[in-house]
Design a binder for this molecule. Structure first.
Ligand code: ATP
Length: 309
């Protein structure tokens, strides 16, 4: 099964309104409420693609209970570690062609809560063949917490797909623990390396940097332009067809989900890349974030071109 890790999940509320007026009361009737956080998007999409998934991470309070209930209603298995404080709410206001987001930082995790989670994680690792780790760390956990998760998974012989950015990603890259895959988008890669990247040759030089040594698969996702990939010593450009985009948010998470599903089914690298891109594209075609229509997978798989460069 696929084990997905979401350390700071949320209840995501989307309010669709004609106009957002400041300094007065705004009333909304169009409300969408769901379990969110990057890792839970991965979870939902992997489940929709037909894989056996277990979601783990930290939840607390009534918001945490809502997250578990939402997953139950979707028939998704989960085993979270309970914390004393409330999990967070995140708010997206859709108004006048804009999306204004208000994101709670979330709870602060104690040492004891971190230790309890690690015990649960070690136990869940036994049944997993692929582990996905997504998103940011909640307050209270050390910046190298993902190093620990990756090294535990490595020791247990499980492949880790890591989709994080900033300090927590940097900590893993600078450590001896190596995930099987990372999936930065272009902006995240540029921020990490402190450069602006224009050409394929520049990308090749960057991805050969010693920071990425020991990571077999690097997927640089590029929105409508598909992806640039380093797999061991081979580089690929992945081209995708033009599609009508409804909501692109969560496409990166869906890409990770597609990859996790393909790896857990033992597919080869070309098939893995095709399913990863297809899942990302299918997510953009739906209004809901982290949501795909599995009936369309076969149609789009064949339209993706993976070219060695
Ligand atoms: P997010 O942070 O919203 O989850 P991301 O920046 O991590 O996304 P992207 O590179 O935007 O990830 O998208 C991942 C994949 O989803 C792309 O490689 C592509 O397959 C698909 N995708 C995203 N946006 C588009 C688009 N506009 N048209 C077609 N496919 C898209």
């Amino acid at each position: 099964m696929i084990l997905t890790v979401t350390m700071n999940p949320s209840v995501d509320m989307m309010y669709a309104m004609d106009k957002l007026e400041l300094d007065t009361v705004n009333r909304v009737s169009d409300v969408l409420k769901s379990a969110g956080g990057k890792g839970l998007n991965v979870t939902r999409v992997a489940h929709q693609l037909g894989s056996k998934v277990v979601a783990t991470g930290l939840v607390g309070g009534t918001v945490g209970a809502y997250i578990e209930k939402d997953l139950n209603q979707s028939g998704i298995n989960h085993r979270f570690s309970q914390i004393a404080s409330e999990s967070r709410n995140c708010l997206a206001l859709i108004h006048e062609g804009h999306q204004t987001e208000v994101l709670e930082k979330g709870p602060t995790i104690s040492k004891e809560e971190a230790t309890s989670f690690l015990e649960l994680y070690r136990d869940l690792l036994k049944q997993a063949n692929v582990v996905t780790i997504s998103g940011s760390l909640p307050q209270g956990l050390p910046v190298d917490f993902y190093v620990l998760l990756v090294s535990e998974a490595e020791e247990a012989g499980k492949r880790v797909l890591l989709d994080s950015s900033g300090q927590s990603l940097e900590a893993v890259l600078k450590s001896q623990s190596k995930p099987y895959m990372i999936k930065p988008n272009t902006e995240e890669l540029e921020a990490l390396m402190g450069v602006s990247i224009q050409t394929d040759d520049e990308l090749k030089v960057i991805l050969r940097d010693s920071l990425f040594e020991g990571i077999p698969l690097i997927v640089v996702s590029m929105g409508a332009d598909g992806a640039f990939v380093k797999y061991n010593e081979i580089f690929y450009r992945v081209k995708i067809p033009k599609i009508t985009v409804v909501n692109p948010v969560g496409s990166g998470d869906s890409t990770v989900a597609g990859m996790a599903v393909a790896i857990s089914e033992g597919k080869d690298i070309l098939e893995c890349l095709k399913l990863a891109m297809t899942a990302g594209m299918l997510n953009t075609m739906e209004a809901k974030t982290g949501f795909v229509n599995p009936d369309k997978v076969d149609e789009y798989l064949d339209k993706i071109e993976v070219i060695e460069i």
